[in-house]
Design a protein around this ligand. Sequence first.
Ligand SMILES: Nc1ncnc2c1ncn2[C@@H]1O[C@H](COP(=O)(O)OP(=O)(O)O)[C@@H](O)[C@H]1O
Ligand SMILES: [Mg+2]
Length: 344
Amino acid sequence: MTSIKATSGGESAVRVRGLVKHYGSTKALDGVDLDVRQGTVLGVLGPNGAGKTTLVRVLSTLVQPDAGTAMVAGYDVLTQPRQLRRVIGLTGQYASVDEKLSGRENLYMIGRLLDLSRKDARRRAEEMLERFSLTEAAKRPAAQYSGGMRRRLDLAASMVGHPAVLYLDEPTTGLDPRTRNEVWREVRRMVGDGSTVLLTTQYMEEAEQLADELTVVDRGRVIAEGRVDELKARIGGRTLRIRPTDGHRPAEMAEALAASPVTGVGGATADVEDGTVTVPIVDDDQLTAVVRLLAERGFGIAEIGTSLPSLDEVFLAVTGQKASVPQDPRPAADNSDDLEGAAV
Ligand SMILES: Nc1ncnc2c1ncn2[C@@H]1O[C@H](COP(=O)(O)OP(=O)(O)O)[C@@H](O)[C@H]1O
Ligand SMILES: [Mg+2]
């Protein structure tokens, strides 16, 4: 297990310790620890079947854990489920919206379920419609909404009760890129308003776009955690890319580096098509050593730069497998079927 300490400081809005949930012989959660600090977004990143939805269901009091503890906004999932449900919002793989009702009716009904007076429920519904750009579509049944509108209505529904903590369970899985961007924009606004968010995702890019910190899960276990940039920097190391000046072939440069006494640069490879050499770098000393060596050997450097690995590479590094399960984005109109994973 690769463990990187999360940034210290900040109250935990969600605190999970040793959470275990088995389904028969399947260990959906196999001893999970995590913290979501107040006012931040924790990305829970993992492939299909990693245990993300089970975690969200435990934290929503929909599923009882076999062992471990979980506190949300100071309430215990096991002993204070009613109080806890009042302070959370949930949206994601299972629909929270009634297809037959209009957007307005859905939001009004949720307000009523949350014990708002008729007047307050009506006012809150209008606020949410406005906020999520659904005012024009307010009277139409949700069944007629496009995929993007549906997700916006889901987000609006989860926000009616002013939740202290919001769970977004794969909010963009199956969405086309345009709709995904739309959802990201809304989530960013919610976060900007100070929400604490636990976001599960299979997409590296999504975690990178939205999360402050990341917990990478695989088969019910936390396999890495830390700030997004830390994870990228520490696990994958950096890559140094060098473009030789005209007249110097990348292959010769790579050979010279690979054969050099500089430690750790044996992995230098030439990208002939691109005309560059890439060198895996673990520390700054290596960087200096590489540049000095090339200068000593008379190689001219036209361009040089370092880059962090992508989160896909991070996942590959820690799990030994690819994380992103390629999915065909369903056409927007088809997204009313939000129930994928709901059978759990
Ligand atoms: N109600 C259930 N009954 C049996 N197995 C389940 C149930 N819910 C989840 N699982 C299993 O637990 C594992 C984790 O599932 P899940 O939490 O849905 O993962 P994720 O949301 O990361 O895709 C999977 O192997 C899944 O098949
Ligand atoms: Mg899931």
